[in-house]
Design a protein around this ligand. Structure first.
Ligand code: 5GP
Ligand code: ZN
Length: 112
């Protein structure tokens, strides 16, 4: 299957890793939208948040544990934002479930 984030998860495309375990990889976004911007992905291919089911939803809880661990590791003490874009109007450009972890500036609300 031709999927950019599966290729990154397999190490075929290089990335700057922030965290890795057997199920999850986090790496620096190539086009950062904040001073700290990581992308957290399950190694398993899940197309989007719309494809979460009772069978695969456990990974989402684990990803949030990983996000808390990265926040400690990177000292994101002033706060951070987690964003999952889903589908065309949601702004998703890569068809592999991912969580943006953004920090290092006042991010504003609501998003544009
Ligand atoms: P989306 O737009 O689907 O919510 O998020 C995809 C993200 O992946 C974007 O923020 C984009 O900058 C990032 N991205 C796209 N291609 C690459 C790549 O080859 N390497 C890295 N590190 N990030 C990428
Ligand atoms: Zn994939």
């Amino acid at each position: 299957m031709d999927c950019l984030f599966c290729s990154i998860a397999r190490g075929e495309i290089p990335s700057t890793k922030v965290y890795e375990d057997d199920r999850v990889l986090a790496f620096r976004d190539i086009d950062p939208k904040a001073p700290f911007h990581a992308v957290v992905i399950p190694k398993e291919h899940i197309p989007s948040a719309a494809a979460i089911t009772p069978e695969n939803s456990a990974i989402v809880g684990h990803i949030y544990e990983v996000i808390a661990e990265i926040a400690r590791q990177e000292k994101l003490d002033k706060g951070f934002r987690v964003v999952t874009n889903c589908g065309e109007e949601g702004g998703q450009t890569v068809g592999h479930l991912h969580f943006h972890l953004l920090a290092g500036r006042n991010l504003g609300w609501p998003p544009g």
